[in-house]
Design a protein around this ligand. Sequence first.
Ligand code: NAD
Ligand code: UD1
Length: 340
Amino acid sequence: MATVLVTGGNGYIGSHTVISLSENGYDVIIADNLINSKMEVQNRLEKITGKRFKFYKADCCDEAAMRRIFEENSIDSVIHFAGLKAVGESVKIPLDYYQNNIVSMITVARLMKEFDVRKLVFSSSATVYGMSEDVPFTEESPLGVCTNPYGWTKWMLEQVLKDFAKANPEMKICLLRYFNPVGAHESGLIGEDPRGIPNNLFPYISKVAGGTLDCLTVFGDDYDTPDGTCLRDYIHVVDLADGHVKAIDYLDKTDDCVSVFNIGTGKGTSVKEAVAAFEKACGHEIKHVFGPRRPGDIAVCYASTDKAYRLLGFKARYNIDDMCTSCWKWQSMNPEGLSD
Ligand code: NAD
Ligand code: UD1
């Protein structure tokens, strides 16, 4: 059974991916420093899968701690989720973002080379396309100018990994550019569990629906879109998790050192449509008001999904209603999130 080291595997996307890997016959080892997740996730994963995963509380920037993991296990591939991801926070504490996101990836890459682990999947983001609105974004669309340090860390790490692969052609690296991951596992046991007041749309709507927050502000209704609100390509986190399994499988077959894939649905959903879908899922109104545009937002962002379908066989199974239903189940079952 091939063993995958999942860094950041206690987090939102990582924990869902651990389930998909396990369901597809992979052995999983998790490394996470718990900076943005709770240990309770491991209990929930055990409830869902019936397995207790090997867990290391380790910072991926700590070379000695990470070396121990490579020494103690026979690792076949790595999925690197570990990173800080809050856009607004990255503007306030840029050095922490550059330090954590860049150094963690470089540390893991160095150890992969040292221990001859050749397959890597890296969590990139549609944010690397910058402020362009030349949709749909294909993997060949030019990379843009990012509007915040978080985005730049993804942009820079894509370059770092391309250079790493060029110098080490035995490496097989897959860069997955996620669009907007939302939703939760069907069990309602794991989901997105942000600390403090959420910045992203779905966690915010969930809290308004659950009564913890009073009212959603829709950022701008004067965009050049059918209903005036921004369009995004929301993808169910369970679909996204499956995309990682397909990427790992693909790295066994490809001769390319670096492969890049968008992971989205190819469909744009407006903020108004997202609110309406959530109202349907939770069965009551989501109080919302219209406010000014949020600086840095683009009107429209959605993926071309052709390449992922052609080469990975990846196609999203879930629609916006499924995303809202699962989000609401998670929110209802865990109104305060998970305990420490
Ligand atoms: P998350 O914060 O829920 O998960 C990240 C996990 O990594 C957390 O458990 C955190 O404790 C851990 N972590 C952070 N720094 C670490 C370090 N130095 N060492 C060990 N563990 C560390 O975030 P997520 O939404 O699951 O995102 C996973 C990855 O996907 C991130 O790299 C993120 O930037 C990227 N991504 C996320 C989105 C999104 O909308 N959620 C979109 C595009 C890309
Ligand atoms: C944001 C980040 C992106 C990151 C992604 C996932 C920016 C500019 N982009 O994407 O880099 O990869 O999160 O973490 O921050 N909205 C409201 N009211 C709210 C919250 C959001 O109307 O309270 C709207 C936004 O204007 C946007 C849409 O909802 O049109 C989605 O927003 P969000 O969930 O924050 O994702 P993105 O902005 O697409």
